[in-house]
Design a protein around this ligand. Sequence first.
Ligand code: SF4
Length: 365
Amino acid sequence: MLRDIIVDSKAIDRSLSGEELSYNDGMELMNSENLFVVGATADLARKRLVGNKVTFAASYYMNYTNLCAASCQMCAFYRKGDESDAYTLSPEQIEARVAAAKSMGATEVHIVGGFHPSLQLDYYENMMKIIKKNHPEMTVKAFTAAEIFFLSKLTKTSVKEILSRLKSAGLDSMPGGGAELFHPEIRGQIVRGKCSGQEWLDTIEQAHNLGIKSNVTMLYGHIEKPEHIIDHLIKVRELQKKTGGFITFIPLKFSLDNTELEQKNLVNHESSAIYDLKIIAISRLMLAGVLNNISVYWVALGKKLAQVALSNGGSDLVGTAFSEEIYRAAGKPTNSSVMELATMVKEIGREPAQRNTFFETLRTF
Ligand code: SF4
């Protein structure tokens, strides 16, 4: 019976032979009811491409402002200027948080924020400079392509100029947020006031061309259809073939609480564990050989499901996520130490490795 299922699937057959999967292959996998076969194939691909190591970074997450000119339907984080819990961190507050991150053993700071309606480029440059002046060894991973695109419009400065100036000020790499889902049909229903999918891709391409590597994410588990997932994965794959600038692919499970999608009853439950695992597995299979780091964001999945996801194609746990206000706003617990993540990996018989932002191993356990 199992043999019949495998032989009957062109996509599985092609995956097992190491061939690149087409759009139709991807759709076949999305519509497959055989999670076990899809997951096992993804696990084999993972083993062939990256071995048994499971990586993670000691990361500190910081959100410099929750003020946002946009108002995305899938976001629980943004505030408007008249709300009492709106905040913006000063350069000194940011530096103090980086110092705290260093004392926790973080090797990278992950800095993102809302689209602040008035802060100019010098705020962001000063942020980079004050961090690098006081903590030159800290890797600064900051500002999504969506933030950079917004800043370009706000300041009437080209994306290239902004990225060049931020790089000179100390920007080392960029996070993968703001990608959501690129397809215009779905993007228009989950974001409001954010760049288009193509604008995100163009912005990150310019970053890669300037030597700034980045992650890339995909927000799933809301109102998308299978074709939006496959479209997104193929666009990531095509850009990666062109620039080689993506470090890792991070599927992000939509977190329901306190979002407009929940309040308007457009989504009334979060995605099932089966769907979460399928997304990880299909991400591995669609990107195989082109982008081989597939991250499991345990903050959104929970630690137990994250362990299962690592056996369905995942090979990285992202990081310790010290201080993560965005997911906390939507009711998710955060914070985990390096040792906890190493234990999670050992429990499933794999090899934990602490990495830096660029996936170089720093420590094994
Ligand atoms: S997702 Fe980002 S851009 Fe959209 S409202 Fe939230 S903080 Fe603003």
